[in-house]
Design a protein around this ligand. Structure first.
Ligand SMILES: *Cc1c(COP(=O)(O)O)cnc(C)c1O
Length: 332
């Protein structure tokens, strides 16, 4: 296991090389003539795992160039993004501040406790104020009262935005190389803000196929969400190259159903791969459902990107702790 600091000094292309896709042999998938592969970005590092590290890359580069003395971002009580940011800030020796949605609870969530332990200053704001996060004047005012930092660098919620896309650029070229081309492959990824998918799409080729599984209920906002991803990805991406799947949100963002939790426990028992309840659980649940519904033809390969987020399992008692290696460290 590399230290967080040495990982942060490497490039996203180097991160991509560490965990090439592995096959998951599930009899029901094999019976359909399909091959299921998974790229385990959850294994990069126990606290900087998954796409949050990729998304922080561009932001951290900008912040260092500007000699920022404070990294500021936003999130909820179980935010994978704040968790990764606190770890990165500690490793780089840059102070961090998290603006957290909702009142300060009597007892901090395990995620926020870890953030605080890593030195992140936590500022709680009401849910209505939290929605003002893209209002720079409001953020400045919010910071003025709680920090004396001279040069704060503000990262959008979830590490999104143009700088967030940057680090995700390495993923498609790496997959292409690791799988010997992506001709018969559908690349499946979980979507929150859609930044990761957009970054991957941006670096995809016309014949390649991507499927984004929304972790939130899009409803009437579906078209606007699609368009945002398209804008981030760049104009050259035609509609046939990717699809958005929004049938597997299980009631909405961070909502779960007993069926989803049962599925995750069963999948973990059969494959040894732990999933998170907000993103990757719904992604894999959706992928296997689509396979059963005949979405893919025999001989196709399905590649699932495991984007991490395992620390968030702690918010769900039914999931208990996953395999030690992935959350507390010690694995390869
Ligand atoms: C944040 C997150 C996502 C969603 O990434 P976006 O770039 O916001 O779409 C997916 N999986 C995990 C584990 C995450 O933490």
């Amino acid at each position: 296991m590399n230290s967080a600091r040495s990982l942060l000094n490497q490039t996203p292309a180097e991160w991509c090389r560490r965990n090439p896709p592995v096959e998951l042999r599930l009899p029901e998938i094999q019976a359909l003539g399909l091959q299921l592969l998974i790229k385990r970005e959850d294994r990069l590092h126990p606290s900087l795992s998954g796409n949050k590290l990729y998304k922080l890359h561009g932001h951290l580069q900008r912040a260092r160039k500007r000699q920022a003395d404070l990294l500021v971002s936003f999130g909820g009580a179980w935010s994978n993004h704040l968790y990764a940011l606190a770890c990165a800030g500690q490793a780089l020796g840059i102070a961090t501040l998290g603006i957290v949605r909702g009142q300060r609870p009597a007892r901090l969530s395990a995620t926020l406790s870890d953030c605080a332990r890593r030195g992140m200053q936590l500022v709680f704001v009401s849910r209505s104020d939290y929605r003002r996060q893209s209002d720079a004047a409001w953020v400045a005012q919010c910071l003025a009262g709680v920090t004396r930092a001279r040069s704060p660098y503000v990262i959008p919620e979830g590490g999104g935005g143009a700088a967030g896309l940057q680090g995700c650029a390495a993923l498609m070229p790496a997959l292409r190389q690791q799988l010997g081309g992506l001709n018969d492959v559908t690349v499946c990824v979980a979507c929150g803000t859609g930044t990761t998918l957009a970054g991957m799409l941006r670096h995809s080729l016309p014949h390649e196929r991507l499927l984004g599984f929304a972790a939130l209920k899009l409803g009437a906002g579906r078209e606007a969400y699609r368009e945002q991803i398209e804008r981030w990805a760049g104009t050259a991406v035609e509609k046939t190259r990717w699809q958005l799947v929004d049938d597997f949100h299980c009631g909405g963002f961070a909502k779960t159903t007993p069926g989803l939790i049962d599925f995750m426990l069963d999948f973990e028992r059969r494959t040894g791969v732990p999933l998170d309840p907000v993103y990757t659980g719904k992604l894999v649940f959706g992928v296997l459902q689509l396979a059963r519904q005949g979405h893919w033809r025999a001989d196709e390969r399905i590649l699932v990107v495991h984007s991490g987020g395992l620390q968030g399992r702690r918010g769900h008692p039914a999931l208990l702790a996953p395999a030690e290696e992935t959350v507390t460290g010690g694995g390869a």
